[in-house]
Design a protein around this ligand. Structure first.
Ligand code: PLP
Length: 390
């Protein structure tokens, strides 16, 4: 067929499915998003506590850059591991109650690294069906067998665990699911893996900072300590990067075998400084979490009678399932015309037929913002129904 033909055909297919993705330049940050001179209230960022704009964190990054320069200069194994990185790792481990924390440049890299370094050909990965692309992709690329279990169904995991496996078993889930906003039944899942000598890996990208005492996340909130916990810093922390929390020996193992740590430049030390400041904001962030909680309650109370499916989510992620790709895009477009930035999520990011508006609420919104969004949603839904009946 030839490379160019293959690429052109793939793009045409995407367009035909209303699944074509493109980026737009955005000049905003935080509560607002500015595009082509137009300002929108931003309901699609993962900056759940508004920390990306926090003066103390910005200041810590700047001070860090003045002290350390802007780059780490190498992988952590060479020269890229500074006292700023070490201090952050120590604080994270202590905060989350683990012996060790290891920093990664992103959650994507952390998930890939953990799965790649652990899994061998006799092993199996049992992953919640809705686990993040970074986890499922790492599992699919690994020599281990990948089996997916029904979303948030411990009984489905149990059936898989009862099957024979010549090697080791790693069960994988998210704490709060990125597209549905619901929480995993972590206690039940961990009890099952423990009973079978399997390990549990929890990716708490959307829980850490937001739920649990001091923002310690889903595992803390549900009273479990999985063998492997991944937390990411691009969401509630408002920055970027990730960490793996684990035991002493597992951390030492990853320092030998996690290629993303060995062959990749570590995060800038100034970023580690910013993350330490962000951690401190999160530890003291009860007021921000209360405010976010109020917005979630307000949104759910007002969205129940929309002609879309409101998911059973208590988190900052409040998806409204529209179903059809084109309809979801139309509603998002209508909201945009009214000054609200809401993302339409379509397959393959979400299962076929479940295109949705992925609305994210943050502590930087005001009560008034939420009320205005609800009113715009009712208008857009009404117009969508009229359009469908014509
Ligand atoms: C965002 C996200 C990631 C990726 O983290 P990055 O730091 O953005 O690479 C991984 N897992 C889940 C569940 C996520 O939502």
């Amino acid at each position: 067929m030839g490379w160019q033909k293959r690429i052109d055909a793939a793009l045409i297919t995407r367009r035909e499915q209303d699944a074509y993705r493109s980026r737009m330049v955005n000049q905003g940050g935080g509560r607002w998003l500015t595009q082509q001179g137009q300002r929108y209230l931003n309901f699609s960022s993962n900056d759940y506590l508004g920390l990306s704009q926090h003066p103390a964190i910005i200041d810590a990054w700047q001070t860090g850059a003045t002290r350390y320069g802007v780059g780490s200069g190498g992988s952590g194994h060479v020269t890229g591991y500074t006292d700023a990185h070490a201090a952050l790792e120590g604080e994270l481990a202590q905060w989350l109650g683990y012996p060790r924390a290891l920093l990664f440049v992103s959650g994507y890299a952390a998930n890939q690294a953990v799965v790649a370094a652990l899994m061998q050909s006799q092993d199996r990965i049992l992953a919640d069906k809705l686990s993040h692309a970074s986890l499922l992709e790492a599992a699919a690329q690994s020599p281990a067998t990948l089996r997916r279990f029904a979303h948030n169904q411990p009984a489905a995991l149990q059936r898989l665990l009862e099957g024979d496996c010549p090697g080791e078993t790693l069960a994988v889930t998210e704490g709060i699911f990125s597209m549905d906003g619901d929480s995993a039944p972590l206690g039940a899942l961990h009890a099952l893996t423990q009973a079978r000598g399997a390990w549990l890996m929890v990716d708490d990208a959307h829980g850490v900072g937001v739920c649990g005492e001091q923002g310690r996340g889903s595992c803390w909130q549900q009273g479990i300590q999985p063998e492997l916990l991944v937390v990411t810093f691009g969401k509630a922390f408002g920055v970027s990067g990730a960490a793996l929390l684990c035991s002493e020996s597992v951390a030492d193992y990853f320092l030998q075998f996690a290629r993303h740590l060995i062959y990749s430049t570590s995060m800038p030390p100034a970023q580690a400084c910013a993350l330490r400041a962000a951690l401190s904001c999160i530890q003291q962030g009860d007021a921000l979490r209360d405010r976010l909680g109020r917005h979630i309650a307000q949104f759910r109370a007002g969205a129940g009678d929309l002609p879309f499916t409101l998911m059973p989510s208590q988190s900052a992620i409040q998806p409204l399932i529209v179903g059809d790709n084109a309809a979801a895009l139309r509603v998002a477009q209508r909201l945009r015309e009214q000054g609200f930035w809401v993302s339409a999520m379509r397959p393959p990011t979400v299962p076929p037929g479940s295109a949705r508006l992925r609305i994210t609420l943050t502590a930087s919104h005001t009560d008034e913002d939420i009320a205005r969004l609800l009113s715009a949603l009712h208008t857009a839904a009404h117009e969508q129904e009229e359009g469908a009946n014509e």
